[in-house]
Write a protein that binds this ligand. Structure first.
Ligand SMILES: CC(C)(COP(=O)(O)OP(=O)(O)OC[C@H]1O[C@@H](n2cnc3c(N)ncnc32)[C@H](O)[C@@H]1OP(=O)(O)O)[C@@H](O)C(=O)NCCC(=O)NCCS
Length: 155
């Protein structure tokens, strides 16, 4: 591929493309839905991957406590998977966590091998504070959660 793909902080004008990307995965049950309003409100927490002005991937960092952040809404558009871009987004989010001075990054995911390749380890969900689960009220699977909790400790 000759075009350049860049990762950058999201901007308010990305909301519609972010909404479409996340909604596609939410409908498949692998991401929580995010309203346009919520995306706009939390736009500063998102990093996007872009090719020729087109948004092709995203991920966000949500603070859960003084020492813990969660990677949320991580996804690549179809046709852009397996090219190392998801890992680039995770690197950028981890860099952001370091900048914030937060030593623990967690994710709730089905993509265990992907996160393992990015330095995360499977952990018991119980180790996380109650706050982690506040978002789960929006999830259809809240009473039968089968996502895996994964954690990376930053050096
Ligand atoms: C998960 C996702 C973000 C990974 O991004 P990506 O750009 O495809 O990943 P990379 O190219 O950086 O890394 C690819 C590696 O991760 C692994 N991987 C990718 N998707 C995976 C998945 N869903 N489950 C397990 N492993 C996965 C691949 O096996 C690959 O390993 P290899 O290099 O040894 O072949 C992307 O596949 C995606 O958008 N999936 C759908 C949404 C999703 O599941 N998001 C995670 C929610 S937390």
């Amino acid at each position: 591929m000759n075009t350049t793909i860049t990762c950058r902080n999201a901007r308010p004008e990305d909301v519609e493309a972010l909404y479409e990307l996340i909604q596609g995965y939410a409908e498949k049950g692998i991401m929580l839905p995010r309203s346009r309003e919520a995306l706009l409100r939390h736009i500063d927490s998102f990093i996007v991957a872009e090719e020729s002005g087109r948004l092709i991937g995203c991920g966000s960092l949500f603070r859960l406590g003084t020492d813990l952040v969660e990677i949320r809404s991580l996804g690549m558009a179809d046709g852009y998977k397996g090219m190392g871009l998801g890992s680039r987004l995770v690197d950028a989010l981890i860099e952001e966590a370091r900048r914030m001075g937060v030593p623990k990054v967690m994710a709730l995911t089905y993509a265990v091998d992907f996160f393992r390749k990015n330095g995360f380890e499977i952990v018991d969900k119980e180790i996380f504070p109650e706050k982690v689960w506040t978002d789960c009220v929006h999830c259809a699977k809240q009473h039968c959660c089968d996502e895996i909790a994964m954690l990376k400790l930053l050096a």
